[in-house]
Design a protein around this ligand. Structure first.
Ligand SMILES: [Mn+2]
Length: 356
């Protein structure tokens, strides 16, 4: 954590503030290693403090070993104000996205400092993951791979989408996941045309393509994967064609990922392949997003993101084709950008599985 504190301190001048107050829960965990759910971080040139309440002080002492733990009194803002005055802080950076407008008004009233809104200061540090973060993401991905292997036996004609989602959750939690990464998508048959069709009461029918998009949280870090499989029957020519098109686009995009490329350039590789086949209008979302302490982080692999990729960034690659009244296909892996390309963390097979 010392390295992260140091990097953040180097931003104080840039932001023209004497100290930063961090409210965002993921930023708090990133900086301190504290996994409790309440507390604010105060970082200046001379100190690194974690202010939390009575319920958490012991846990904070254990986890946030590079921080001075301050137990807040009955009035948290009074405690913060006292710390600011002790250090002679005049300009305090606050996270524009970390607090509500109501809180902002309270800060204005109770803190005797000038407040300076900052944007994405900690988040910009989080874009490139270090080894310990990549290890945790890899573990989360491994848990999801395990769940995908387990679910194949239950993916059969007559299974209910919601049951499949529940079994995926059970398999992941049994392997050590603490939470679901999001509401799982299990979309079969024509429902597959909805990119975000969360699991419903629909029964899976023979000849359905079934898209499952799921993930878990392991030690704070997320996995995210999508596989589309056939159930009950061999694929029709069109099902096979669309599947292979999405797979080709996905593999080409992965092959294009390396430091120096932008998110927009990588998105274009997949998008051009799908568009040339005549399905450009059926791929209506970005190619991928970063993952870490949050499920959707920046940079994105998207037409709108010109961020240059760097080694250590961890992104999903998830092209899809969605055809109304027919169905859809999406295939998603997580990759980590390396010095000369990328490494695919997701290990599940990608050829079209026919399950029965
Ligand atoms: Mn995703």
């Amino acid at each position: 954590m010392k390295e992260r504190i140091k990097k953040l301190r180097s931003k104080l001048d840039e932001e023209e503030v004497n100290a930063l107050l961090i409210n965002n829960p993921q930023n708090r965990q990133y900086l301190t290693a504290f996994t409790g759910t309440a507390g604010v971080v105060l970082i200046s040139d001379n100190s690194a403090k974690l202010i939390t309440d009575f319920r958490y002080t012991e846990q904070a002492e254990d986890e946030a070993t590079d921080f001075e733990i301050v137990e807040q009194g009955d009035n948290k803002l009074e405690t913060i104000n006292r710390l600011l005055q002790e250090e002679g802080i005049e300009k305090l950076g606050i996270e524009a996205q970390g607090i509500s407008y109501r809180k902002y008004l309270q800060y204005q009233k109770e803190l005797d400092v000038e407040l300076v809104a900052t944007t994405d200061v900690v988040k910009s540090l989080r874009k490139v993951k270090d080894k310990s973060e990549i290890d945790k993401i890899s573990q989360a991905v491994e848990i999801s791979d395990y769940a995908f292997e387990q679910i194949q036996e239950q993916l059969q004609v007559g299974a209910i989408e919601r049951e499949i989602a529940l079994e995926l959750e059970f398999a992941q939690k049994k392997q050590g996941a603490t939470k679901n990464a999001f509401d799982f998508i299990v979309a079969s048959g024509t429902r597959g045309a909805m990119p975000h069709g969360v699991a419903s009461d629909k029964e899976i029918e023979a000849g359905d393509l079934v898209t499952m998009d799921f993930g878990c949280v392991y030690q704070g870090y997320h996995s995210d994967m999508t596989r589309t499989v056939m159930v009950g029957e061999e694929p029709t020519a069109k099902q096979e064609k669309i599947y292979n098109l999405v797979l080709e686009a996905q593999q080409a995009a992965i092959a294009a990922i390396e430091p120096g490329e932008t998110g927009a350039e990588v998105d274009k590789v997949a998008r051009d392949i799908i568009a040339e086949a005549g399905y450009g209008a059926n791929f209506g979302h970005g190619l991928g997003h970063s993952v870490g302490l949050e499920i959707h982080e920046n940079p994105r692999l998207s037409r709108k993101d010109d961020t240059v990729l760097e080694a250590g960034m961890v992104v999903t690659v998830e092209p899809g084709v969605y055809i109304p009244d027919w169905g859809g296909v999406r295939i998603e892996d997580i990759v980590v950008v390396t010095d000369d390309g990328c490494e695919i963390l997701t290990d599940s097979p990608k050829e079209l599985l026919v399950l029965d």
